[in-house]
Design a protein around this ligand. Structure first.
Ligand SMILES: [Zn+2]
Length: 120
């Protein structure tokens, strides 16, 4: 433990030597003789014990970036990908697409046929 050492302070008004207690370092004392406020310098050589500027630890508001991707999202994503294409089948959308493709193929074949075999 650091023994309480009085800090010698000279009153700027009357030059009276004050003995500020160690705990008064950095504070202002009133001169007992002329009542002039005398600022007490921080204890020279001694570390500031009374009020250490403790750095406030940052609260972990955001734990970690990977938290954005919880393990929950990955499994449903897989499932979503699976059933997604399946939906087209029962609704007949797949049939419609196949029909559209068939028509496109027929049209293409027809165009090619017309180009290759001009009538007349
Ligand atoms: Zn004084």
């Amino acid at each position: 433990m650091i023994p309480a050492m009085p800090i010698p302070v000279d009153c700027p008004a009357c030059n009276t030597r004050l003995r500020a207690p160690d705990g008064a370092a950095g504070m202002t004392l009133s001169c007992p003789r002329c009542q002039t406020p005398v600022p007490v310098p921080a204890a020279a050589g001694a570390p500031r014990a009374p009020s250490p500027p403790a750095p406030v630890p940052r609260p972990p508001s955001r734990p970690a970036p990977p938290a954005q991707h919880p393990p929950r999202s990955s499994p449903p994503e897989r499932q979503a990908r699976g059933p997604a294409p399946r939906r087209h089948d029962p609704t007949g959308n797949g049939c419609l697409t196949a029909l559209a493709w068939l028509f496109a193929l027929i049209a293409l074949v027809g165009i090619v046929w017309l180009l290759l075999v001009p009538p007349g």
